[in-house]
Design a protein around this ligand. Structure first.
Ligand code: BDR
Ligand code: CA
Length: 296
């Protein structure tokens, strides 16, 4: 299916993107970037570097929103480093990003036979829905939220939703079929030193190993007792192998407060909802699939 990746790379975004670019059945047509883990200039540059690393020169990289719809930006540089990629050196982008806002570009590209993999705050997608209401993808697969798990941005709030809660609320209310992959699933899919050692020795797999190693505290080395959650790669693997996950249909409300648990979700089971929230995962299956797609 035609696939667009909307992202804020980001160490775990990087792995998700590399796996998607190598999975030709996903037919990736472009990458739109958004401020999130780090500011927009760096998420855009990082996306260009990942395209170069994957040997996909010519694939459009399109910069989007430099900040959330209606509030000040937060970032996650304490996890992803000041460059967004934990100081891992990747090839320079070979081509300049397109000079058109991501929401407008997506709005002209997206149709019913396309899907969007959403790996960051949902700002670009909300802007696309506002400015191009007829641009309705077949589905959006988004990493975000926490249902029964604690959050990672607030007591119950997860970063991608907390970074732009108004955008998330608009996307959830759009009626577009949406698969949401919350922390309840992504925290179960964990990279270990053994998993990294099992990657092959080609250039993409070596870069992937360095990116995961950076995720294990940027250069401090791979402690064999520590594991780290691979949030965004779950989106790519769901797109390729949905049988590894199980979801429940839910209606979602986003906490839009400014002084509460901003971005926290309230979820109510609703069989008629267009939103399926993934709640169970075959984690070894996802890790094996990811390793396979990253290995040269
Ligand atoms: C999400 O937040 C970001 O830091 C990660 O890239 C991921 O998309 C996890 O909560
Ligand atoms: Ca991300």
């Amino acid at each position: 299916m035609k696939t667009y990746i909307d992202t804020d790379p980001g160490l775990d975004d990087a792995l998700a993107i590399l796996a998607a670019l190598r999975a030709l059945e996903l037919d990736v047509r472009g990458i739109t970037t958004v401020a999130g883990n780090i500011g927009l200039p760096l998420t855009t540059r990082n996306a260009g570097s990942l395209v170069a690393l994957a040997g996909r020169e010519g694939l459009p990289v399109v910069p989007g929103a430099p900040g959330p719809l209606a509030r000040a930006a937060i970032d996650a540089s304490e996890i992803h480093g000041n460059d967004g990629l934990g100081a891992v050196t990747l090839p320079e982008p070979t081509e300049a990003p397109l000079d058109i806002p991501a929401a407008d570009w997506l709005g002209t590209q997206v149709s019913e036979d396309a899907q969007i993999l959403a790996l960051g705050p949902l700002t670009n997608i909300a802007q696309m829905l506002r400015s191009h209401p007829n641009a309705r993808p077949d589905r959006i697969i988004a990493m975000g939220g926490a249902i029964r798990e604690p959050g990672n941005s607030g007591p119950k709030a997860e970063f991608n939703i907390a970074a732009d809660p108004e955008a998330a609320a608009e996307v959830f209310a759009s009626g577009i079929p949406l698969v949401l992959i919350p922390l309840d699933v992504t925290r179960r899919v964990r990279a270990s030193a053994g998993w990294v050692a099992g990657l092959s020795d080609g250039p993409v797999a070596r870069a992937a190993a360095e990116l995961v190693s950076a995720f294990f505290q940027r250069g401090a080395g791979m402690d064999p007792t520590v594991t780290r959650p691979l949030h965004d790669p779950c989106v790519t693997i769901y797109a390729l192998a949905p049988e590894l996950f199980r979801g429940e249909r839910m209606r979602l409300t986003v906490d839009l407060s400014h002084d509460g648990d901003t971005g926290a979700l309230t979820a109510v089971p609703d069989p008629s909802s267009p939103i399926e929230v993934l709640m169970e995962v075959d984690a070894p299956g996802v890790l094996a699939a990811l390793a396979g797609h990253l290995s040269d």
